[in-house]
Write a protein that binds this ligand. Sequence first.
Ligand SMILES: C[S@@+](CC[C@H](N)C(=O)[O-])C[C@H]1O[C@@H](n2cnc3c(N)ncnc32)[C@H](O)[C@@H]1O
Length: 365
Amino acid sequence: MAKNATLNAAKDAKHDEYYTRYDDIQVELNHYEEHFNGKTVFCNCDDPYESNFCKFFLKNFNYLKLKRLICTSYRSSPVIGTQMTLFDYLGEPVRKENGYVIDISEVPMANGRGVSDDDIEKLLKSKRRGVKKLDGDGDFRSDECIEYLKQSDIVVTNPPFSLLIEYFMQLIEYNKKFLIIGNPNAIHYKEIFPLVKNNKIWVGYKSMSADMLFDVDAEFANWLVANKKQGSGYKIVDGVVKGRAQAIWFTNLDIKKRHEKLIMYKHYSENEYLQYTNFKGIDVSKVTEIPCDYYGYMGVPDSFMDSYNPDQFEICGLSTGDSAKEIGIQKNYRGRTDLAYIKNGKHSCPFSRIIIRRKENKDGN
Ligand SMILES: C[S@@+](CC[C@H](N)C(=O)[O-])C[C@H]1O[C@@H](n2cnc3c(N)ncnc32)[C@H](O)[C@@H]1O
């Protein structure tokens, strides 16, 4: 492999090692409780010992009335083989080339007040029901993991950032319900946008613009501190370095948020809204400024996805790329089919827009 390719591969692999914090899982999952009753949940990028997804579903297995929980880990996970416990409980050395799985249909509680950390530890240790070695490496695309996928109802995880498109496509191919973490820019990917446009995927509760912090291992924490800016690349919380990444939840589970009507206060006036020079529509730079009486195309920032109600709006296209061409955006002052306007007397392009249209007409129908 060429030197640059090796470096990029190493960087990508590193970016796959952002571990989701328990509280972030809890806060989002609070909105989905009704979906889990009697269901099989699959966390397919999750070391049973390390992943807070695994911990969350073990702790809440009885409360959510799950039927079954399956968590599989990938061979290259840096945490595999680092826990003495895993070594001990399996009774043999952990092998880096194998993935691991926990597959359970019952989480016993020592007392009736909920699943304790002791209960979880006992379960993980259990020779009969605890963590087992997979035949293969635990790649979510392997036959073995796809077999688990077929048996599951809902997939919940934070998958490797570098394989997000493939990961999404597999969920769609197997027609699974899911709640997963991913980069918000994925909305603009040519493979993902059609799914967003056709209401096959939407964003979860966490705001598009809020920070998301992740646990990172010590080596990566040192690297972040040496190479990234505090605030944008990492943050220090209670003396511990947390990786910061642009991340939101993507789901196809129906949630209340999606049915809440956006209240629009502003009225349209030609003087207040810029018209695009290469497309018939207006630019709305803030979601709060979507006019209540405009029924043509509007270019809005990505944060609109937080307020998107498919009964109220239609997602029609993107401001750049193939989707822009498809919706009829003409060549702009730079000869490109990116949305453009004249702002303060100068030709320019707005930053990342989603093109939407109201579903209701002037009569409110
Ligand atoms: C962003 S991390 C998140 C880990 C965990 N799901 C969490 O949220 O804490 C992605 C994980 O996917 C694992 N991974 C990378 N490639 C994979 C693959 N092809 N199949 C399954 N897991 C993979 C990495 O080892 C890493 O642990």
